[in-house]
Design a protein around this ligand. Sequence first.
Ligand SMILES: NC(=O)c1ccc[n+]([C@@H]2O[C@H](COP(=O)([O-])OP(=O)(O)OC[C@H]3O[C@@H](n4cnc5c(N)ncnc54)[C@H](O)[C@@H]3O)[C@@H](O)[C@H]2O)c1
Length: 339
Amino acid sequence: MIVAEAWKASYLYWVFPALIVATVFAILGLIGVIFAIRLFAKYTCGRFRKTTRMDGKTVIVTGCTGGIGKETARDLAKRGARVIMACRNLEVAEKVKDEIIDSTKNTQVIVKKLDLSSFASVREFAADINKTEPKLDVLIHNAGYADTFKKRKTVDDIEMTMETNHYGPFLLTHLLIDLLKKSAPSRIVVVASSLYRLASFNIDNPNPVDTIPGYLYYASKEANILFTRELARRLEGTGVTVNCLHPGLIETGIWSSVPPPLNWMLFPIIKFFFKTPKQGCQTTVMLAVDEQLEKVSGKYFSDCRESSLSSSVSNMSRAKKVWEVSERMVKLGDDDPRI
Ligand SMILES: NC(=O)c1ccc[n+]([C@@H]2O[C@H](COP(=O)([O-])OP(=O)(O)OC[C@H]3O[C@@H](n4cnc5c(N)ncnc54)[C@H](O)[C@@H]3O)[C@@H](O)[C@H]2O)c1
């Protein structure tokens, strides 16, 4: 009884609850500030002006049946470009094409089959473009594949993530380079990711069939950046520029590769904090369209601004080695163009 009375009289009797309440308010305040910062970032992300036109220009966008690619194709069609949708699934692509024509009133939108996980498909697509298109102003490497755990090989016996995200686009660039040079000033845009920092392309194991694909996705994005830097060096003076970008964290189908239960936890984060595909295509569109960037090459952009790269991808001797390994992997023939 006496102890209870003493406890009540002690200042600790009030200080403890007050501390708990203050801590709860501080935590809630912190969460609120994080929310506000993220929402601010989401709605003030870079946005490229709508007025620059692309009439008379021909653009290829790979992987545009959904996500960032679809909004990129729509935006460029709205600006008057002839848009070639290079897609794996023709049935879905035709529906998306109709939707884009409907919303932009630009009938110069066409679909062509391209499966980046097959060198034969890449060759067939490039041969068709070289035969039918008198010029090519912009080539956008947007398509991307991600899986977390499922190890898969392509028809070429190459690890799926690496071929789709790096070797396929590497070969396609070679096969279209003469057309791009002929059409100069022309551009190549590579959709990479800031998550390249999480992994490293293994030069000693260019066909990493035993590695977890989740890791290889990041490694392929590092390869995208090294490819961009070496390509820019090799294309100097040709009038063809190449730049790469991080689109931001975007609410697209690529996140469905995250397995349960991680995807259940990720779902509200993606819904609340990630940008929409329309917001996510802004940097790609800027690199494809902005007249002020006509001579800019070999750079990395994020949120419509040039951004800095880590030292691992600034190393040009590493970029050269990745290039040489990639040349061997795609088995360039004697008649294929070299860059
Ligand atoms: N969503 C993000 O948060 C995010 C972040 C950083 C980078 N990226 C990059 O953005 C690009 C677009 O991805 P997204 O987020 O719109 O995802 P998405 O899954 O919605 O789109 C990917 C597209 O690539 C196509 N594709 C996949 N494999 C292909 C193949 N073998 N041949 C041809 N096309 C193929 C798909 O059909 C789809 O149209 C990718 O390169 C991705 O790595 C996305």
